[in-house]
Design a protein around this ligand. Structure first.
Ligand code: BGC
Length: 708
């Protein structure tokens, strides 16, 4: 349809039909339950108090999928629809639809935008084949507190990395060609705007109160960067921000999102969040809640019915809102049109089977899984010798296929490779035995084992939405298991699975090698086995710090300087009962390869607004391992008018390093990137020295003088 035709369509719509477009419900409101195909992803639905006619005007559906189901819902809906405006279907496929890739926190440890983009592209192909046109992903909430269950959905504690990976994911979903969503592409919905990752004390749905300097300097940055990829939709977050429920915040959704960040797409509330304006106590009744959300510019209300029930009264009383309503409806019609729904609202049922779980997608899921793992510790245990005869796998994740992770959409356990299966396939000449509990393992098998792979971690269902924890230590029985195995004197390595960084201080001394695998999706077992055998080399680096104990959270590498920096004295910024700093910091990750940095040089000693400076170096792989290396560049600004972090990431690059090769890496350093937001909300950099660091962030590699 041409723009003009869309306007004509808008002009023919009644007020109720317009309000319908602004409402989203789940599939059963339209076609009833079909087998087990309906998925409810959020908290249980309340009674919506809508008539059948009202439901017949609703503009979009969430949580239903599969070509057959979507076609049925669409067909029944269009039969009754006066203007034949097709439904738009949305879903949460945050790390794959049917082919499941590593959880986003795992993917971020690859530091690789290309990987993230490809994961998104495969996901989009599957979603589109299953009848979905909008994906509620990526989530670029900055996360610093691993008690929050949703850290598994995020890209970690650095704002630049989170933003860049979010942007790559949007590109992958939308597959844009000439400004339009490409074939097999879906519209991305960036979420959850804003600062949801900062919920107080890591408790889900709690409030967020923060300075605007902190917000614009850090928490808002990932969204701002990701918005460059032009996601068609943004979801408002559940939290309140400085006293306003975000879904009612004109400041965040209009002044910041629309005016400052220039977002032109659709704003959708989170599940039931318009109704929650009332439960948060800033609206007296449903009508007031809807009014606040309208005024804040929330285009679509997700699964609550305040817009439909009260919208007409509210809009009739305000010319401003009438204009806004038309603009909102037009945004939704435009998206439907750009997705080609007016021409063909249906999906090809035969094609779906061909496009789901393609060989290519599965192969890529393994690669992504390999690159998501982080080798945290290795006292010459890994990789294990290819000629080992007896391998014993122990612990809660030894045999399970439940290795996909939370939000696994249509992924299936039976299509997931367990660690036991992966190890058997990779070490074909060895005898492999697996037991979840030590007591189950016969003594002679234990004795005979050349290596024990001891699995530790947290079950997948303990992280994700609504799964915040006060305690992120390793479970007591697992600590005991580590101690038992250590005591027996056997050669062993630990393999960790979790949706969040865990606090491992209680066991780390007893563990000689530790590979952290998050949740890796369908190919988990194969990926881990290849890393264990040395067929693949670990190359992931942490994007979220591992605390020593729960009480250190929130914990992140770029904390602000203190006037009393942590040291041996009690009167320094530290805890009295815990060593200083994380157990493993952001950026930590070991390799099997012997990687050497040399010839590190700056092209100039001073930097100005006009003059960028090149930092160059040579990186050599002195080993037979084919690997990748992420080079992380940090800075610190020793003297500034406002307090700045102890260090900040300036940039990073990821390179491939085949065996015995050398590569040159060059960073272009700009003064703009070294600036900070001061407490007047200006972006500034005072003249003076800036120190630069690589990787571990501890050894200075040079300094630059900024001249304004
Ligand atoms: C979550 C969102 C999700 C939505 C729809 C909510 O409960 O917070 O992340 O996209 O449900 O499933």
């Amino acid at each position: 349809m041409e723009k003009e035709q869309l306007r004509e369509l808008l002009n023919r719509m009644t007020l109720d039909e317009k309000l319908g477009q602004l409402t989203q419900l789940t599939g059963e409101h339209f076609a009833g339950k079909i087998d087990d195909e309906m998925v409810e992803t959020g908290p249980a639905m309340e009674d919506l108090d809508l008539s059948e006619e009202q439901v017949g005007t609703v503009g979009s559906v969430l949580g239903s999928s599969s070509a057959k189901v979507i076609n049925l819902i669409q067909e029944k809906y269009l039969e009754r629809s006066r203007l034949k405006i097709p439904l738009l279907f949305m879903h949460d496929a945050i790390h794959g639809y049917r082919t499941i890739f590593p959880i986003p926190l795992g993917l971020s440890c690859s530091w690789d935008s290309e990987i993230v983009k490809k994961v998104a592209a495969y996901t989009a192909t599957e979603l589109r084949a299953a009848g979905i046109q909008v994906n509620f992903s990526p989530m670029t909430d900055l996360v610093r507190d691993s008690r929050w269950g949703r850290v598994m959905e995020a890209f970690g504690e650095d704002h630049i990395l989170s933003g860049r990976l979010g942007k790559a994911m949007i590109d992958g979903y939308q597959k844009e060609v000439n400004g339009r969503i490409g074939e097999h592409g879906v519209a991305a919905c960036l979420k959850h705007f804003a600062a949801y990752g900062a919920v107080h004390a890591g408790k889900d749905y709690a409030s967020v109160d923060m300075s605007l300097r902190e917000f614009f300097g850090y928490y808002a940055r990932p969204y701002e960067i990701a918005l460059e990829a032009k996601p068609r939709m943004v979801m408002s977050s559940f939290n309140s921000f400085n006293g306003e429920p975000v879904t009612a915040s004109k400041y965040l959704l209009k002044e910041v999102l629309r005016d400052k960040f220039q977002f032109e797409g659709i704003v959708i509330s989170d599940w039931g969040a318009v109704a929650e304006i009332k439960s948060a106590g800033v609206a007296e009744n449903d009508k007031e809640a809807a009014t606040e959300a309208f005024k804040a510019g929330v285009d679509i209300e997700m699964v609550s019915s305040n817009y439909l029930r009260h919208g007409a009264d509210i809009v009739n009383a305000s010319e401003e809102l009438q204009t806004w309503l038309d603009a909102a409806v037009l945004r939704i019609l435009t998206l439907k049109n750009n997705l080609g729904l007016f021409e063909n609202p249906y999906v090809n049922e035969e094609e779906e089977a061909v496009l789901l779980r393609s060989e290519e997608a599965i192969a890529f899921a393994k690669q992504a899984a390999v690159e998501s793992c982080v080798l945290l510790k290795n006292e010459k245990v890994l990789p294990i010798n290819a000629s080992v005869k007896n391998i014993l796998i122990l612990g809660p994740f030894a045999k399970t296929k439940e290795l996909m992770g939370g939000w696994s959409c249509k992924g299936r356990f039976e299509e997931t490779i367990s660690l036991e299966e992966g190890i058997r396939t990779t070490f074909q000449a060895a005898k492999v035995n697996a037991y979840e509990k030590l007591e189950e393992c016969p003594a002679d098998l234990y004795e005979k084992a050349d290596i024990i792979l001891l699995t530790i971690g947290e079950p997948w269902y303990q992280s994700g939405e609504g799964h915040s924890s006060t305690n992120i230590e390793l479970a007591a029985e697992q600590q005991e298991l580590v101690r038992e195995v250590k005591k027996s004197g056997k050669n062993f390595a630990c393999i960790g699975f979790s949706g969040r960084p865990l606090a491992l201080e209680s066991v780390i001394e007893d563990i000689p090698a530790l590979l952290w695998c998050w949740y890796l999706g369908n190919c988990a077992g194969t990926a881990v086995a290849e890393l264990i055998s040395g067929a693949a080399t670990p190359s992931g680096k942490l994007t979220m710090s591992f605390p020593r104990v729960t009480g250190q959270t929130p914990l992140y590498y770029n904390e602000y300087r203190s006037g009393k920096p942590a040291n041996d004295s009690s009167y320094s910024s530290r805890y009295q009962d815990c060593e200083i700093g994380p157990l493993y910091s952001f950026g930590h990750g070991l390799s099997y390869a012997d990687i050497e940095y040399s010839n590190i040089q700056l092209s100039a000693a001073t930097i100005t607004e006009q003059r960028t400076v090149q930092l160059s170096m040579e990186i050599t792989n002195n080993s037979e391992y084919d690997t990748k290396e992420t080079v992380i560049l940090y800075m610190d600004d020793p003297v500034s008018k406002n307090v700045r972090p102890v260090k900040e990431m300036l940039d990073y690059q990821r390179i491939t390093l085949p065996p015995y090769t050398k590569k040159k890496v060059v960073f272009d350093i700009k003064a703009e990137d070294m600036k900070y937001i001061n407490n007047q909300l200006e972006k500034v950099l005072e003249p003076g020295e800036i120190n630069l660091y690589l990787n571990d962030g501890k050894t200075p590699i040079g300094k630059l003088i900024y001249v304004s």
